[in-house]
Design a protein around this ligand. Structure first.
Ligand SMILES: Nc1nc2c(c(=O)[nH]1)N(C=O)[C@@H](CNc1ccc(C(=O)N[C@@H](CCC(=O)O)C(=O)O)cc1)CN2
Ligand SMILES: Nc1ncnc2c1ncn2[C@@H]1O[C@H](COP(=O)(O)OP(=O)(O)OP(=O)(O)O)[C@@H](O)[C@H]1O
Length: 201
């Protein structure tokens, strides 16, 4: 496991992104399958009707088998969509099976923005987040742009509130002994990897 030690957030991010990108296509496929097996029959996934996922980039663990399964079970699925303006805003938009996607400014596929299909974060049941690094205390290190933190900021003020459940998805190699949480960081209930669950105690 990587020790955060006295690495800066930026140095840690670089190290973890390298580890993630070093995985071969075969390892990526196996990890995606293993992640699917960790989650598909879990009550948390089974009972969630409105589920947000992401399309993988840069070696992130691939949740597309889960996305297909969610759609097969008739769940409503959502993807993060970046606003044209203000540029730092991210929303969650309904994705229909087979819908055509286009690349955003980070070359990540997303649906064309349509406010009528967007859903407020608090009205989602389960948000599965991509991440660069995680720890066992619900800590999450993202790409460093703060999109998820900003869209989930309201949760920090409502710690006891039920929804949505925030679940990090990661490769086992993204685990860090301890992440320093910034004041704006929103804690995850758990992170699931290809190897297992890490629940916040
Ligand atoms: N799969 C996935 N989708 C996501 C996120 C994510 O982390 N993963 N995001 C979570 O926030 C948002 C996008 N955030 C991002 C923030 C920074 C960079 C970034 O710096 N990317 C490249 C440069 C790529 C380019 O310009 O072509 C880089 O890392 O150098 C990418 C995405 C919304 N969608
Ligand atoms: N709730 C917030 N309000 C305003 N700015 C915020 C908020 N959350 C994060 N930010 C800004 O976003 C920047 C990036 O934050 P951080 O490094 O924690 O991102 P991250 O969690 O790694 O990335 P992401 O959430 O995009 O996956 C911070 O420097 C901060 O200024």
């Amino acid at each position: 496991m990587i020790s955060a030690g006295n690495l800066s957030r930026q140095a840690l991010r670089r190290l973890l992104r390298q580890a993630r990108r070093a995985l071969t296509p075969t390892q990526q496929k196996q990890a995606a399958k293993a992640l699917y097996r960790q989650l598909a029959q879990d009550p948390l996934f089974r009972r969630s009707r409105h589920v947000a996922l992401y399309l993988p980039t840069n070696g992130e663990i691939d949740p597309r088998p889960l996305l297909r399964e969610a759609q097969r079970r008739g769940k409503r699925t959502y993807l993060p969509v970046l606003n044209a303006w203000p540029a730092e805003k991210m929303v969650f938009q309904r994705l229909h099976p087979g819908e055509k996607l286009r690349k955003n400014r980070f070359r990540i596929l997303e649906p064309r923005a349509n406010p009528a299909l967007q859903r407020k974060v608090w009205a989602l049941d389960l948000v599965m987040l991509p991440l660069v690094g995680f720890d066992e205390q619900g800590g999450r290190l993202g790409m460093g742009a703060g999109f998820y933190d900003r869209s989930l900021a309201y949760l920090a003020r409502r710690k006891q509130w039920r929804s949505p459940t925030l679940l990090g998805l990661a490769h086992e190699c993204q685990k860090v002994d301890r992440l320093e949480l910034a004041s704006w960081d929103v804690a995850l209930q758990a992170t699931v990897t290809d190897k297992g669950w890490y629940e916040r105690r």
